[in-house]
Design a protein around this ligand. Structure first.
Ligand SMILES: C[S@@+](CC[C@H](N)C(=O)[O-])C[C@H]1O[C@@H](n2cnc3c(N)ncnc32)[C@H](O)[C@@H]1O
Length: 214
């Protein structure tokens, strides 16, 4: 079995695992040949959660190839089930930490990268566990095409600021960021599980979309 070298991030199972377990034999391990065979445009989603958002987007955008990953088994297996049920040819998901997939991905590969409501690790002593950190952004920036986008959403203001500062440090083009740059409405709703949870708790949502400038 593949064992991640990345600390902090064990692979997890949830309540629906028993219902999805039979799909485990459909899980793939990353390889350079898998990624070479996927046509552009390609969008990466890190931390697909329950797997519903990436499945829905793959269904509604058949011309775009979606690649997702999560260390949480249930969502990855659910995305595989959705992919089989809807005969999707444009969805590939891995039950892995993002850092375990990136070495197999060519440079200048993705048209876009999405990180929606990453685990906030709100306590100061845990912040170093945040997935969207300088190390990851450095790696992602190599894999993103010129003018490729990063979409980021969180309900934690300090994570939002930390991520924006990183975007600035890595020379991303940041347009129109201000208190009104992200207002929740039906048109721009992400409709992910964690966006809904944040809305239920009346949390403020923070969102940015930036472009790679090099
Ligand atoms: C708070 S949830 C958000 C899920 C989903 N994006 C949403 O908005 O509902 C964060 C997800 O990121 C996953 N995750 C955390 N660290 C990760 C990593 N290094 N690589 C891949 N997934 C990761 C977690 O297992 C979890 O499912």
């Amino acid at each position: 079995m593949f064992e991640s070298k990345n600390k902090y991030f064990g692979r997890k199972k949830g309540k629906s695992f028993a219902r999805l377990e039979h799909l485990q034999d459909k899980l793939l391990l990353p390889s350079t040949s898998i990624f070479k065979n996927i046509k552009t445009p390609r969008v990466l989603e890190i931390g697909i959660g329950d797997g519903e958002k990436i499945s829905e987007d793959a269904k509604n955008n058949p011309q775009t190839n979606f690649i997702g990953c999560d260390i949480f088994a249930d969502g990855v297996l659910r995305a595989i089930r959705n992919s089989i049920d809807n005969k999707l040819k444009n969805l590939l998901v891995f039950h892995l930490n993002i850092q375990d997939i990136l070495p197999f991905i060519p440079n200048n590969y993705f048209n876009g990268i999405r990180v929606f409501f990453p685990d906030p690790w709100p306590k100061n002593r845990h912040k170093k566990r945040r997935t969207f950190n300088a190390l990851l952004v450095e790696d992602l920036s190599k894999k993103l095409k010129k003018k490729g986008f990063i979409h980021f959403a969180t309900d934690h203001s300090d994570y939002f600021l930390e991520a924006l500062i990183l975007m600035n440090q890595f020379n991303y083009i940041i347009k129109d960021i201000g208190p009104d740059s992200w207002k929740y409405n039906e048109f721009n709703a992400l409709n992910t599980k964690f966006e809904k949870k944040a809305l239920d708790k009346n949390h403020k949502l923070f969102y940015f979309s930036v472009l790679k400038n090099y």
